[in-house]
Ligand binder design. Structure first.
Ligand code: ADP
Length: 222
């Protein structure tokens, strides 16, 4: 293992946790995988550096695993919200530098942020949003989440938008969205797009906005 490379632990080896652990291991990182289920630990044994069966709500067990010495710990406990919160609290007390936790819902996420989780992720919600964007508009090329409420999307100019100018389209007033840049095929990118230049079918708009309003814009031109 290359010295200086980040070391990770993943607690909870359900679909999400095992996928995180697997990809980190594949990229050559040292990963400690923890689950209270022997069976799940067994499944990961040949994939990650160390796979250990332990209850992460047991502080002594986590101490014994030396988890405080790792750089990042991912808490991927799904259904059991209490176990997820307790585990996060213990990791925080142990002084783990970076704790990333999967949340089941908004309230769970709020609690996790309050007790000091460095990053809270909502995989199901985020994937659902992505799929919705693609379903509403097949012209969406990319979707980047900036915060729970705001995103950047890349939209291939649809035929019912081609030939119109940004002034005519008036996205700021109609959808509260802003066109940050326009890609003209390949690598060429105009980061100060002009309001009076007709858009072309080959252009790709880079738009920032509120998720709900972005979806409305996509729907209007789908
Ligand atoms: P997903 O939705 O990602 O599949 P699951 O809820 O199926 O998530 O999986 C969560 C995993 O976390 C399970 O394998 C479960 O055994 C594990 N887990 C739950 N509570 C604890 C705990 N206190 N300590 C260790 N592992 C736990």
């Amino acid at each position: 293992m290359a010295k200086g490379k980040k070391q990770f632990a993943v607690i909870g080896l359900g679909r999400f946790g095992s996928s995180v652990a697997q990809y980190l291991a594949k990229m050559g990182y040292e990963v400690l995988a923890v689950d209270e289920s022997q069976e799940r630990v067994q499944d990961m044994a040949n994939v990650v550096t160390h796979a250990v069966s332990a209850d992460s709500t047991d502080e002594e067990a986590l101490k014994a695993l030396g988890i405080r010495n790792l750089d990042v710990v991912v808490v991927a406990i799904g259904q059991d919200i209490q176990a997820s919160i307790l585990t996060t609290l213990i990791l925080k007390d142990l002084g783990v530098p970076k704790i990333i936790v999967k949340a089941q819902n908004e309230l769970h996420g709020k609690v996790l942020s309050k007790i000091g989780a460095d990053k809270v992720v909502f995989p199901e919600r985020d994937m659902g949003l992505r799929v919705a964007h693609h379903l509403i508009s097949p012209n969406i090329i990319e979707h980047i989440e900036l915060s729970p409420d705001y995103s950047i999307v890349e939209l291939q100019v649809p035929s019912n938008m081609a030939g119109k100018t940004l002034r005519e389209l008036d996205f700021r007033v109609r959808f509260g969205c802003n066109v940050m840049a326009i890609k003209h095929g390949g690598e060429k990118m105009d980061v100060t797009p002009r309001a009076d230049k007709p858009l072309q079918r080959a252009d790709v708009l880079v738009i920032v906005g509120n998720n709900g309003q972005l979806l409305q814009l996509e729907q209007a031109y789908a």
